[in-house]
Design a protein around this ligand. Structure first.
Ligand SMILES: Cc1cc2nc3c(=O)[nH]c(=O)nc-3n(C[C@H](O)[C@H](O)[C@H](O)COP(=O)(O)O)c2cc1C
Length: 342
C-alpha cells in the first residue's frame, strides 16, 4: 500500500484513512474478516447495546429488525446473520476472535445512555482485545423536563466514567442534534476523550399508509447526506487536537476526499458497504489513491484540512451569504422580487 496514505487515528497507525463503520457487516467475525480482506484500515465492530446487557439471554432483536423490509439492494447484506452471537458473551467472544485473528485494529463500540452500571462492560471490551472503544451515545430526549444542559452532562459523565475505567483510547460518536455541536465536542476533548465521530445516523421511522403502522425500514445514506458532517468537520478540525472521524454519506472515494479536505483524520463508511458489499472498500481505497496521484499529491497529509473553516474568511458569514446569494440567484432566474427590493 502507498505509504502516503498512512494515517494516525486514536493513536493507532492505519494504512490509510478509510475505516468500516459499525453495521451488521461488522457484527460477525466473517464480516470483519471480509472487510480486512477488502483492505479496510480498521473496523468498528457493531455496538454492544445497553439492551443486550440488560437482558443478556434475550435474543436482541436489532439485527433481525434491520433485516425486515430493508433497502432491497442491501438485502443480501442483512442476512439472518447466522453467525451473530446474540447476548453479551457471544458479542465479546466474537470481538476476542477478531482482535486475535485480524491484523487491522478492531475498535469496539458500546451503545447506550442510561445510568452507568452497564458501562463497566467497557472493561470487558478492552480485555477482549479492542484496540480502542467507540461510545455510540444516543439519548432521544423524550423527557420534556430534561434540559439540553442536563442531557449534555449525562454524555460527559458517561465519557468520564469510561475514561476512568479503561486505558485504550475512547472516541465518542455523536448525533448532529446538539444546539452547539462545537461546544459539546470541545467539552469532550477537555475531559479527556481521545476523539469524536461526526456524525451517527439513526433509524428514520416512517408511517405505512396501508397498515396504518410505523415502518422501521433501514434507509441507507447517499452522498446528499454529507453536507452536515462536512460543514462541522470543516469548522472544527483546526480547533481540535484529538482525533476526528467523519461519517455519513460516503458512497465512493469522492466523499472520502471531501472529508479529508475538511480536515478529518479518518472517514468511516457503513451504507456504501451494505449497498455494494464489503468488497466495495477496495474500490474506495483504490479510488482515493488514484485521485491523489492524478491531482499531483503524494500523501493524504497534503490534502487534509486544505478546505477547513479557517480557509474561509469568517465562516459564519460565508454560510449565510451563500444562502442569501442562492436565494437571490433563484429569484433572478425566476423573475421573482429579491430580498433587496423590500
Ligand atoms: C443497518 C445499520 C446498522 C448500524 N449499526 C450500528 C451500530 O451497531 N453501532 C453504531 O455506532 N452505528 C451503527 N450504524 C451507523 C453506522 O455505523 C454509520 O454511523 C451511519 O450509518 C452513517 O454512515 P453511512 O452514511 O456510511 O451509513 C448502523 C447503520 C446501519 C445502516
Amino acid at each position: 500500500m502507498n505509504q502516503g496514505l498512512a494515517t494516525r487515528y486514536l493513536g493507532l497507525e492505519l494504512a490509510h484513512p478509510v475505516i468500516a463503520s459499525a453495521s451488521p457487516l461488522t457484527a460477525t467475525f466473517d464480516g470483519m474478516r471480509r472487510l480486512e480482506d477488502a483492505h479496510a484500515a480498521a473496523v468498528v465492530m457493531a455496538s454492544l447495546f445497553e439492551e443486550q446487557i440488560r437482558a443478556e439471554d434475550t435474543r436482541y432483536a436489532t439485527f433481525t429488525e434491520y433485516t425486515a423490509g430493508c433497502h432491497p439492494e442491501a438485502a443480501t447484506y442483512f442476512p439472518e446473520l447466522p453467525d451473530y452471537r446474540y447476548g453479551v458473551s457471544g458479542h465479546i467472544e466474537t470481538l476476542r476472535r477478531a482482535a486475535e485473528a485480524l491484523d487491522i485494529p478492531v475498535i469496539a463500540s458500546l451503545n447506550g445512555v442510561s445510568d452507568a452500571g452497564w458501562l463497566d462492560y467497557a472493561v470487558e471490551l478492552e480485555q477482549a482485545g479492542a484496540a480502542a472503544l467507540e461510545l455510540n451515545l444516543y439519548l432521544l430526549p423524550t423527557d420534556l423536563a430534561a434540559s439540553g444542559r442536563e442531557i449534555e452532562q449525562r454524555y460527559l459523565d458517561i465519557v468520564r466514567h469510561v475514561k476512568a475505567k479503561v486505558s485504550i483510547p475512547v472516541s465518542v460518536k455523536l448525533s448532529p442534534f446538539f444546539t452547539a455541536v462545537g461546544n459539546i465536542v470541545t467539552q469532550l476533548e477537555s475531559i479527556g476523550a481521545d476523539g469524536v465521530v461526526l456524525f451517527n445516523r439513526f433509524f428514520r421511522p416512517d408511517f405505512d399508509l396501508e397498515t396504518l403502522g410505523v415502518k422501521r425500514e433501514v434507509v441507507l445514506s447517499t452522498p446528499a447526506d454529507i453536507h452536515l458532517p462536512l460543514t462541522w468537520i470543516a469548522l472544527l478540525s483546526r480547533h481540535l487536537k484529538f482525533s476526528l472521524a467523519a461519517g455519513t454519506g460516503v458512497d465512493s472515494h469522492v466523499e472520502i476526499v471531501k472529508f479529508l479536505l475538511a480536515g478529518a483524520d479518518v472517514v468511516a463508511t457503513a451504507s456504501a458497504l451494505l449497498r455494494h458489499g464489503p468488497e466495495h472498500m477496495t474500490a474506495i481505497v483504490d479510488g482515493l489513491e488514484r485521485w491523489l496521484s492524478q491531482n499531483g499529491f503524494v500523501s493524504v497529509a497534503e490534502i487534509r484540512g486544505r478546505l477547513d473553516g479557517t480557509h474561509v474568511d469568517r465562516a459564519e458569514r460565508f454560510l449565510r451569504t451563500q444562502y442569501l446569494r442562492t436565494l437571490s440567484d433563484y429569484a433572478l432566474d425566476h423573475a421573482l422580487p429579491t430580498a433587496h427590493t423590500h
